[in-house]
Design a binder for this molecule. Structure first.
Ligand code: BG6
Length: 635
């Protein structure tokens, strides 16, 4: 998730572009760049690694240009560096891009075959070269006058791209910017004799409140006036809408907290994380791993090292790797592991899970393991972060920057990355047939819409699974999760129960509630309760039971009976269409029925929302809970 901007008008472009970028910095801040141009002027690109503050000193104050584009980056392909920063160029063409070009390797090979030289590791760089090549071909076939129009060229070029993009493109001597989008946000700000381009409305508000939200496949030619075109190049009318948000709200895209915004971004985050990695036809998982197939076949053991929410994802990874790939897996708390003498035996690998890639305990623990010659993989959200310099390889979750201290979308994409890895190992070790792998791939591809339905269902938009209360009255109209949270926000203790792959989600549900509502909450393997913790259950204690269909459904029903018999009030999170559960639980929250390997993701989303609305009801500091930090870089 990057931020792109553009400006055409009568004022100096550079300071305006820098200000627009600063307002989008929450979308990505590992490198930045601008390109300035103008009629009869050659394009000038200035870019640098690090935050926008690093870029400002490189831009001469006297730059008179009144047209330009800019970019602030959240790396997905290629580490944060000046060469990988945007804009990317090709002989008088410059491009800023937000999104992922899934088929970039194929296009890159083709362009290199035609003599184009790539200077960066990014997927984006194929775009300016494709534009340049198309215009060159157009020029060759025409009568040497530059027949080929930039926008016509882009319409052809985007037809070659698979994936997602919001693009702003400039050319030498051009006085307009061409912008277009597919599966990535883009808005045009209409000003008085000046016009603006941005990845979202947040950046534009200090300059104009009249914005046009671009739709997929549409083009805008932005000059001192703005023209809009459909995918065929035919002119279309677009009426600007007037935005009345205050600027702070805009950065949260209208959500009250970054955490809620990030919960709602999970469908897109999963879409990005599986993009270009699932091949349904070949029932193949395409991952860039530091392990060869022979090494994967030889694995006798995997150890996962992590902290906090990442540890809970790791625990789910254990179930996945053992169940699907038949690899014995241990999960270690990094702060403990780093002070134990690692027992290394058999052919093994170590996986470090860390969204930030900067957690000191995890870094230290992995450094320890590497010294024993064990191959290591990082499952990480931040490209180029410290962990990627310690491990032999990195499997990136592509959740985009996460601002809320309590991890949500990064947890969900960690689970998806672990499912992909386990499926790949299972396929390589012939533990699953192509059909079995495909069954999961089919549901993984539907996961983004399942997540949207889950959120819609429990937050009252009436489109989803909804819920019933003891009275049986359908609560869809009243936002089941909001009601449920308010009903139990006064509780002193809260319990979360799950079995098998739902047990790590019970731990995560309890952690989320602890982190942001400060209520004492515990997650347990449901079968373990009777060996002690059941003593804590008394009249009215809320117990969340994760009970979507799977191998332990019946067992969970009896565990629910166990706590009910001690007076607990049970909140069941169950599948749509499960008629049985209403006879056991006091409140039922519903999720779409999916493959049981996928259900932990949806159960996790409901737990995130329960924690959010509980903390909301208690008026807590949701994005910055007390005593916690987004990443603990000290021991
Ligand atoms: C804590 C965060 O500081 O670190 C948690 O508050 C997080 O949300 C934990 O799960 C581990 O962080 P990371 O970046 O290593 O996944």
């Amino acid at each position: 998730m990057c931020g792109i901007v553009g400006y055409v008008g009568h004022r100096k472009a550079a300071p305006i572009i820098i200000d627009l970028l600063k307002r989008l910095e929450y979308r990505g801040y590992d490198s930045a760049g601008i390109c300035l141009g103008g009629a009869n002027a050659r394009l000038e690109v200035i870019k640098n690694a690090g935050s926008i503050a690093n870029l400002i000193p490189l831009i001469p104050e006297d730059k008179a240009s009144t047209i330009g584009i800019g970019h602030t980056r959240w790396a997905t392909h290629g580490v944060p560096s000046t060469i990988n920063a945007h804009p990317h160029s090709s002989d008088g063409i410059s491009v800023v891009h937000n999104g992922i070009v899934e088929n970039y390797m194929h296009l890159k090979n083709e362009l290199e075959g035609d003599g184009y030289v790539f200077v960066s590791e990014t997927d984006t760089e194929v775009i300016p070269h494709l534009i340049r090549r198309h215009m060159a071909v157009g020029k060759d076939s025409a009568d040497q006058t530059n027949q080929t129009d930039l926008m016509d060229t882009m319409r052809t070029v985007v037809g070659r791209l698979k994936g997602s993009y919001a693009l702003a493109v400039m050319e030498d001597g051009g006085d307009r910017i061409i912008a277009t989008r597919l599966n990535s946000p883009l808005v045009i700000g209409i000003g008085d004799g000046e016009n603006f381009i941005a990845s979202d409305t947040a950046a534009l508000l200090p300059y104009t409140r009249d914005v046009v939200v671009m739709q997929d496949g549409e083009f805008a030619r932005v000059g001192e006036t703005v023209e809009f075109f459909d995918a065929n190049g035919d002119p279309i009318d677009k009426t600007p809408e007037t935005i009345d948000w205050n600027i702070d709200a805009a950065e949260k895209a209208g959500y009250e907290h970054f955490m809620l915004k990030e919960i709602h971004e999970q469908a897109q985050a999963v879409e990005n994380t599986i993009a270009g990695r699932l091949d349904e036809l070949e029932s193949k998982i395409e991952l860039d791993l530091p392990f060869s197939d022979d090494e994967i076949r030889a694995f006798t053991r995997i150890q996962i090292i992590a902290c906090g929410t990442s540890y809970n994802a790791g625990l789910l990874g254990k179930y996945l790797l053992e169940e699907l790939a038949g690899i014995h897996t241990d999960v270690e708390i990094a702060s403990e592991f780093r002070y134990t003498k690692p027992v290394m035996y058999g052919s093994m690998a170590t996986i470090a899970i860390t969204q930030s890639g900067e957690t000191a305990d995890t870094l230290a623990a992995v450094r320890g393991v590497s010294s024993y010659g064990c191959k290591t993989l990082a499952i990480v959200n931040v490209v180029g972060s410290s962990i990627t310099h310690v491990t032999d390889g990195a499997l990136y979750t592509r959740a985009g920057p996460e601002i809320g201290v309590a991890a949500t979308k990064t947890f969900t994409t960690q689970i998806v990355a672990l499912i992909l890895f386990a499926l790949h190992c299972a396929k390589v070790r012939r533990k699953m047939t192509a059909e079995e792998v495909n069954d999961v791939i089919v549901d993984l591809k539907k996961l983004p819409s399942y997540i949207q339905r889950t959120i819609a269902g429990v937050t009252d938009t009436g489109m989803g699974a909804g819920s019933e209360s003891e009275s049986g009255a359908d609560q869809k109209g009243r936002g089941a999760i909001v009601e449920c949270a308010a009903q139990f926000s006064g509780a002193r203790d809260y319990f979360f129960l799950g079995r098998n792959m739902h047990y790590p989600i019970a731990l995560e549900g309890a952690l989320k509630l602890k982190e942001i509502s400060y209520i004492h909450a515990e997650g347990y393997a449901a079968g373990e309760l009777k060996h002690g913790p059941l003593a804590l259950i008394s009249e009215g204690v809320p117990v969340v039971a994760l009970i979507s269909s799977g191998p332990t459904y019946e067992k969970m029903l009896s565990n629910i009976k166990e706590v009910k018999a001690r007076g607990a009030t049970v909140i069941g999170i169950a599948d749509e269409g499960d008629e049985e559960i209403v006879n056991y639980a006091d409140v039922v929250l519903r999720i779409p029925k999916t493959h049981y390997l996928i259900s932990p993701v949806l159960l996790g989303v409901v737990c995130q929302l329960l924690a959010y609305y509980t903390a909301y009801d208690l008026d807590c500091e949701i994005d910055k809970p007390k005593n916690l930090a987004k990443s603990v870089t000290v021991e």
